[in-house]
Design a protein around this ligand. Structure first.
Ligand SMILES: [Zn+2]
Length: 324
C-alpha cells in the first residue's frame, strides 16, 4: 500500500539511494523549520539539479506546527515543479525518538523516518527499530536506524561522549530490523563545536577505517552521516564580527566530507551550517542598518546566502549537482 506521502508529491529513499550509490555521490539532507529555509533549500537544489531530503526534527515539527509543515512540504514540491524541475524530494523525520512520533509523521505525509534507538541497549534498539520498520513499510515509507552514538547537542538529543559504531553489529542489526539505511558514528558530532584539535592536529580524527569496515560488511547498503556540517569559518567570523560570540566552533572539513560522499555514504545531514549562515547575515544586516525593521530586509539576504551555501555544498562537497 502506498503511503499518505504520495499526496504530497514526495518520494521515499529507495530509488534515490540506489541512484546515489551507483553515481558515487551523497544526497544532502537539509533541516528546515521556517519559510525562508525551505525556499532556499528548494531553490538551491532546483538550481543545482540535485535530489534533496527535506529534514524535520521533532523540535522543528513542534515549532512549525505539524499541519502547516505538511502543506509547506507539499507547496515546496509544487514550487519545484513550477520551476520546471523534476528533482526527487523526500520528506524525512530526523531523530524520531518513539514509535508514536514516527507513526504520526507517516500519517501526516512523511516519506521517510528515522528511529534513533542508538541510546538504548542493543536488543532494545533492535526491538524499537523493528517495530517502526514493520509499520512504515506497510505504507512504503523508508526507515533510517542508528548504531553508535554521536557526541554533541541536537535539540532533544544530547550526548557527552561518542561511541563509534561497532562493525561487528551492523549486519545483524540491518538483517533483523529491515531498515533501509543506517546512520553510523565515526567521529562526527552534532552542533557547532565538533572538535577540539589537539596540538599538532589539523584534521578531526574521523574514523574512515570504521566506515570502510562497515562498507565491507554491508556491500551496497546506504550509510548516513550525521553531524556533518563544516561550520564554515567564514560565517563563524562574520557572527563574531557583528556582535556574536561563537568561539572555537569547528566542523568537518569539506575534503573529508567529499571523501565520505564517494563511499557508501548516501545521505549527509546538514543543519548547523544553515543556522550559521542565517545568523551571520541577520547580524550583519541589522548592525549595518540599525533603522531597519522589515524582516524581509534581513531574512531575504539570509535566504540568498543560504542558496549559495547549498549550491556550493551540492556541487563541490556532496557531488549531488547535475544528477537530475
Ligand atoms: Zn543527527
Amino acid at each position: 500500500m502506498k503511503g499518505p506521502y504520495t499526496e504530497l508529491g514526495v518520494v521515499n529513499t529507495r530509488e534515490v539511494f540506489r541512484h546515489a550509490m551507483r553515481g558515487g555521490y551523497a544526497i544532502p539532507a537539509y533541516n528546515f523549520n521556517n519559510l525562508e529555509q525551505l525556499q532556499a533549500i528548494i531553490i538551491g537544489c532546483v538550481e543545482s539539479r540535485s535530489p534533496v531530503i527535506l529534514q524535520v526534527s521533532k523540535g522543528a515539527r513542534e515549532y512549525a506546527n505539524q499541519t502547516l509543515l505538511r502543506y509547506m512540504a507539499m507547496g515546496a514540491v509544487k514550487m519545484a515543479r513550477e520551476m520546471g524541475s523534476q528533482i526527487p524530494i523526500t520528506l524525512h523525520l530526523d531523530h524520531g525518538d518513539s514509535f508514536e512520533l514516527c507513526k504520526s509523521c507517516i500519517e501526516f505525509g512523511f516519506s521517510s523516518v528515522m528511529i534513533d534507538g542508538s541510546h538504548l541497549p542493543y536488543e532494545e534498539n533492535v526491538k524499537l527499530t523493528t517495530q517502526v520498520v514493520a509499520y512504515a513499510h506497510q505504507y512504503d515509507v523508508s526507515v533510517e536506524g542508528e548504531l553508535g552514538r554521536l557526541a554533541g547537542i541536537e535539540e532533544h538529543v544530547v550526548a557527552e561522549k561518542s561511541s563509534y559504531t561497532d562493525p561487528n553489529q551492523v549486519q545483524d542489526f540491518v538483517q533483523r530490523t529491515g531498515v533501509d539505511s543506517l546512520a553510523i558514528s565515526i567521529g562526527t558530532s552534532h552542533g557547532a563545536y565538533k572538535f577540539k584539535p589537539k596540538p599538532g592536529e589539523t584534521l578531526p580524527p574521523l574514523r574512515f577505517d570504521i566506515l570502510h569496515e562497515i562498507e565491507k560488511r554491508l556491500p551496497g547498503f546506504p550509510i548516513v552521516l550525521h553531524g556533518a556540517s563544516s561550520v564554515l569559518p567564514k560565517y563563524v567570523a562574520m557572527i563574531n564580527e557583528y556582535g556574536g560570540r561563537i568561539e572555537g566552533a569547528m566542523g568537518v572539513p569539506e575534503e573529508q566530507l567529499r571523501e565520505a560522499a564517494k563511499s557508501a555514504v548516501c545521505k549527509v545531514n546538514i543543519d548547523t551550517d544553515g543556522r550559521m549562515v542565517v545568523t551571520a547575515i541577520v547580524r550583519k544586516v541589522l548592525m549595518e542598518n540599525p533603522k531597519e525593521f522589515d524582516p524581509r530586509k534581513y531574512l531575504g539576504p539570509a535566504r540568498k546566502e543560504l542558496i549559495e551555501m547549498i549550491t556550493h555544498k551540492n556541487a563541490t562537497v556532496l557531488g549531488s549537482a547535475n544528477r537530475y
